[in-house]
Design a protein around this ligand. Sequence first.
Ligand SMILES: Nc1ncnc2c1ncn2[C@@H]1O[C@H](COP(=O)(O)OP(=O)(O)OP(=O)(O)O)[C@@H](O)[C@H]1O
Length: 253
Amino acid sequence: MVFALAAYRREEPAMPPPSSPAVRCQRIVKYYGTGDTRVVALRGIDLDVYKGELLMLVGPSGCGKTSLISVIAALLESDEGDCHLLGENIQRMELEARTVFRGRHVGFVFQAFNLLPTLSALDNVAVPLLIHGLPRSLAETKAGALLERVGLAGHAHLLPSQLSGGQQQRVAIARALVHEPDLVICDEPTSSLDHATGHSIMQLLRELARTQGRALIVVTHDPRILEFADRIAHMDDGRIVDVTRVPGTSHEI
Ligand SMILES: Nc1ncnc2c1ncn2[C@@H]1O[C@H](COP(=O)(O)OP(=O)(O)OP(=O)(O)O)[C@@H](O)[C@H]1O
């Protein structure tokens, strides 16, 4: 499915032109299963994603979006081709090095928020920093600053169940960004939110990515948020069939 594009407004300051890509996929092929039951999920994907860029990945169910972001994040090994993240071929790394590299450089935002229900908003955001070995007081200071940045300074000590869906997604965004990753991967970040909340979440994601030069990949079925993209990669049957540049973008790649 190829989404129609309308005219878009641009409010953020222009970013400088990108240099080397944060993500470079070359001829990525992914199979599941063997023999008669083999499914070809990715059929030779070439894709670059640049720092400061928001790339949306769209297409019908089963076209390979989840497989592609999983290969990019090295959660899934491809069967052919290479994927470089920040110039590193992470698929070729040992498992432990790959996990450390992913933990340091990639942040994730999911449709279902995936917050830990017994931890406060502050502690949820601090978790990645504690995992990276930061002292608790420093982790909490950083987490608090990011909660403030996403507009939830007054909600730090509330549990996820005491927050609205939009507020929970803001906490999830703060958690995804607190360790300052170079790449943020968002899987359907707005699909459980109403239109206005989804809009404000996308605005926040784009601002936080752009001002800090991060690369953002957003998988979505939600045509209402396409206006936030710099580029839209349309997938079908394991291929990228079209890449649309959204009018007004400052990136000349
Ligand atoms: N673990 C698996 N085992 C077998 N086949 C799989 C597996 N995961 C995905 N597939 C198949 O691979 C193809 C691509 O799936 P994928 O989940 O990447 O698509 P998608 O575009 O993310 O779909 P959706 O929008 O529904 O999440 C589909 O045909 C799917 O059925």
